[in-house]
Design a protein around this ligand. Sequence first.
Ligand code: IMP
Length: 435
Amino acid sequence: MPGTAIIGLQWGDEAKGKIVDLLTEQNEIVVRYQGGANAGHTVVANGKKFKLSLIPSGIFRPKVQCLIAGGVVLDPASILKEIDGLVKQGIKIDRNLMISDRAHVIFPWHKIADRMFNNIGNDEPIGTTMRGIGPCYEDKVGRALAIRVGDLYKPGFKNQIEHIAGVKNQLFLGLTNHFDHTMRISGWDIELEAESIYKEYSGYAEQLRPYVTDTTNYLLDAVDADKRILFEGAQGSLLDIDHGTFPYVTSSNSSGVGISGGSGVPPHFLKKIVGIVKAYTTRVGGGPCPTEQNNEIGQQIRDRGNEYGTVTKRPRRCGWFDAVAVRYSARLSGVDVISVMLLDVLSGIDSLKICTGYEIEGQQVTHFPSQIDDLRKAVPIYETLPGWKEEITGITKYNDLPENAKRYIKRIAELIGKPVEIVSVGPDRLQTIIF
Ligand code: IMP
């Protein structure tokens, strides 16, 4: 199975890290190919909990080569901190980590811009993670003000910083005057100092040097050699910049459509796409979430599932499983099989609801709307299934699950139209039922 991908099918935080970690056993290379330090992947290995943001979840297996490909936006301070933290916990990081010289670099001006433009002129901000992700991708596409990892090592780097910091200072000054004073957030008026930014980033560049390489060519050679490669998606398909709930999305192609673009590997190399879903729905940040339960049930799920952001610690919005949204994202991402995570969180809820359609302005629909205004108006149509009382965190075989849990899983598979291959009943590697 040369090319396998792990893709989140909801709004991120589907517990993808655990499945990537499991599947790395069968793979030689693990690739992060989009997003940046906005992602937060939790992996429990050998009873220890690790939080990853930029580093691929394969890092815990010393023989696995971990790659951060060109489609990622790299915050050097953030990855160095992550490397340091892992090394201190005894994880080996040297030649097993590679960073693309094509990846774009996040600078202080990107984080300032994230704060400036989080508010999009209506009552509901995007709710970005403030990691500078969107503004860095903006500069990438705009080209003129972009700096890639490879540029950090070129003689012109200092001039590039001086030029861009100068332009950004002018832009921010103009915008600060434009925005109403009450909308300003502290830190806007910081003047970017090219010299200190240059020094800071030159230091990062030296520390990162051993990892930096042309990952695209490395991967193309690996494809020719028929190596087993695992692609680790970050965020979820519904946050995809082109096909998600725009404008309440992230700035990369976080659905399956982004794998090839972000990594440089041709699409036909991919032989299996594993779609990851939670047994319920969560969303963090702004934007509609039709099945959200702003009530006791939502709180119960949040408490039992510890639904607080890995990166920002924000409480996640929780609700019932939305089969309309997931069927759409599973098709979009070309999913072959489904992995249902956090099933144990639903234990003890008397009856469980699954959204099978929406009512939008009196019309019943089963497709996921392309326009945010329609999604806002969507009233979920629910099917109710009986819950189960038993704790299931110790179960390792599908047949040992309570009948109602099996029924719930079966119904999810039917509604999505894809088989369920993995069910997770707890954070540890061992708490996994593989069919
Ligand atoms: P940004 O990617 O920081 O610009 O944030 C844009 C939107 O995507 C916000 O609603 C974030 O909460 C959401 N988002 C970004 N990364 C993640 C993630 O890893 N998990 C869940 N939501 C995310």
